[in-house]
Every structure is written in structure tokens, then in C-alpha cells.
Design a protein around this ligand. Structure first.
Ligand code: SAM
Length: 306
């Protein structure tokens, strides 16, 4: 049982006060991911009415507010001040102010700050109300051509290769469609890593969604990789990748991941997947192959022609 198991479920009736804005509410407001026409009437209304607008980048948000003629009192809330600013915002909420939280683009709390503030507000009994709007991952998914009945949002992979590989490994048997955010200069390396971790699967690259240069590249991990190698990468990307097939899972169950690897790749695989030291990786690989460590060590040196 978790520590929450004995707590009673708590009910929030967001609009009990006949549509008037209840005081002391935290609104999580979606904003455009490129095309300003995606701003909703409700987002404009809430931003106009809120006592405070908490924004990831106040200068960026000021431009949005100016465009829609929203006066708004801005306060900054971002990854690096979220502790302190979050406490100050909670004080305002508990004093009865309403706060509209926006991120630079899309939905706050999705690969953006906001989830902590929402959780802390809920913890203290402050109503938390979503004001839905654009989201890059879901926009990419629905136009990807890949199954939408079940999907897993992973967001950004860790930057370090070993950690990224460990994360990909975690999702290897996931059958639902997988959604990733990626910076343009890392798309190529990430596609290569995915192909290495999972083999070739269907993949859609969604670039610059809702903007002038919106582009979908639909193919496989290897054909998308070839495309970005030939044409380069620019702008913002979502990577949508097919989940594991039943066949892949069955094959995966029967054979350990290192079966087709050389001794050196096997050891490197442990270093990368589990972050093991070379010594520890060698020990594990030797145990897998049921050979003495010295023998494996020699095989690796032979492999390298030493
Ligand atoms: N909260 C946002 C949302 O709801 O989509 C995501 C914020 S996250 C910090 C930014 C990442 O989202 C970008 O690096 C990119 O991967 C993806 N993204 C945002 N806007 C996009 C767009 N217009 N086209 C493609 N990807 C986009």
C-alpha cells in the first residue's frame, strides 16, 4: 500500500459558482505552438480575468498578450525559480487570487514547468483547472499515420548517450506508439540510437507544426534518418515511433538482447544500457556467455586486431 492508500478521494467541482471565476484557482492555460490562430477564446478570457499570469518567459508571453490585447500582470515562473516563485504563487492562490499559468508554447506541465505547481496547489486544496489548447505531441500523433489507440508520451530523452540508450531500452517492449520531443541538432543522433535499440520501425517526423514550414516525414527510422542526413534539420520536431510488434516481443522474450552482438559490443552494451564500469560490464558479459573473464577479454582484443 502506498502512503496515500488510506486517504479519502477528494472532489473538485471546478465551476460550482455558476460559471463565474472562482477565486483562488490555478488555471493551466494552453497557448499556440506556432500559429496564433490556435489561441482559444477561453484562453483569452481566462488570461484577461486572472489576477496574475505566471509565465515561463515573461518577454515571450508579453508578445502574446499584446497580440490579443490582454493587459495581464505577469510574474515569472520557470525551471530555475520554480521553488521560490511556486511558493509565492501558492501564497497568492491561498489568499484568493486567481493565477493563469502559461508556458512558452503549448500546454504547461508537458515537458514544461507547471506539473510541480499543479501538484502543490492540489496538495493545499487549491482548485486546478485546465484550459486546453495546442500540444505538439498530440498534433504530431494525430497526423502521423501511426496507431493512436494507445500511445506513450516520453518527451525529451536524456542528453547523455548511455542514459538515452537506457531509456530507449526501457520502452523496447512497449506496444503503444511512442512520442518524443527533440532539439533539431539531436534528431539525427536520436534516430540512429532508436534504430540501434529497437531495429527499424515505422516513424514520422513532425516538424514546425502549425507554422509556415510545417512538414511531415513519414517512413521508417532508417528512411527518416536518411532523409535528415540528406536534408539537414531545422526548427522544432516531434518524433512519433511505432511501438513494438507482437513478433518483436516474442523474439525478444526468447533471446537475450546481446545474442547477435560481438564480445566487444556486448560489453559496450552493458556500459551504455546500465551505465556500468568497463570492469563490471566485462564481468556481466562473461557471466552471460558462460566464459571466463580472461577469455572474453582476449576475444575483445582479437576483435580489435590487437
Ligand atoms: N508544452 C509544449 C507542448 O505542449 O507541446 C512542449 C514544450 S517542450 C519545452 C518544446 C518541444 O516541443 C520542442 O523542442 C519540440 O520538440 C516540441 N514542439 C513545440 N512546438 C512545436 C512545433 N510547432 N512543431 C514541432 N514540435 C514542437
Amino acid at each position: 500500500m502506498t502512503e496515500h492508500a488510506k486517504e479519502e478521494a477528494r472532489v473538485q467541482r471546478s465551476f460550482r459558482e455558476t460559471g463565474r471565476m472562482p477565486a483562488g484557482t490555478l488555471y493551466l492555460v494552453g497557448t499556440p505552438i506556432g500559429n496564433l490562430e490556435d489561441m482559444t477564446y477561453r484562453a483569452i478570457h481566462i488570461l484577461k480575468e486572472a489576477t496574475w499570469i505566471a509565465a515561463e518567459d515573461t518577454r515571450q508571453t508579453r508578445k502574446l498578450l499584446t497580440h490579443f490585447d490582454i493587459p495581464g500582470k505577469l510574474v515569472s515562473y520557470h525551471e530555475h525559480n520554480k521553488q521560490k516563485s511556486g511558493e509565492a504563487l501558492l501564497d497568492k492562490l491561498l489568499a484568493g487570487d486567481s493565477v493563469a499559468l502559461v508556458s512558452d508554447a503549448g500546454l504547461p506541465a508537458i515537458s514544461d514547468p507547471g506539473a510541480d505547481l499543479a501538484a502543490a496547489a492540489i496538495e493545499r486544496g487549491v482548485p486546478v483547472v485546465p484550459v486546453p489548447g495546442p500540444n505538439a505531441a498530440l498534433a504530431a500523433l494525430i497526423a502521423s499515420g501511426l496507431p493512436t489507440d494507445a500511445f506513450t508520451f516520453v518527451g525529451f530523452l536524456p542528453r547523455e548517450k548511455k542514459k538515452a540508450m537506457a531509456e530507449l531500452d526501457k520502452w523496447r517492449r512497449q506496444t503503444s506508439t511512442l512520442l518524443f520531443y527533440e532539439a533539431p541538432h539531436r534528431v539525427e543522433a536520436t534516430l540512429r540510437l532508436m534504430a540501434e535499440a529497437w531495429g527499424d520501425r515505422r516513424c514520422t517526423l513532425a516538424r514546425e507544426l502549425t507554422k509556415r514550414y510545417e512538414e511531415f516525414t513519414r517512413g521508417t527510422l532508417s528512411s527518416c534518418l536518411a532523409h535528415v542526413q540528406a536534408h539537414g534539420t531545422m526548427g522544432e520536431y516531434v518524433l512519433v515511433v511505432e511501438g513494438a510488434s507482437e513478433g518483436e516481443i516474442a523474439a525478444d522474450e526468447g533471446t537475450p538482447w546481446w545474442t547477435e552482438l560481438s564480445p566487444a559490443e556486448h560489453v559496450a552494451g552493458y556500459e551504455m544500457r546500465e551505465g556500468l564500469s568497463r570492469k563490471e560490464a566485462l564481468k556481466r558479459a562473461a557471466a552471460d556467455r558462460q566464459v571466463p573473464k580472461r577469455e572474453l577479454y582476449n576475444a575483445i582484443h582479437q576483435e580489435h586486431g590487437e
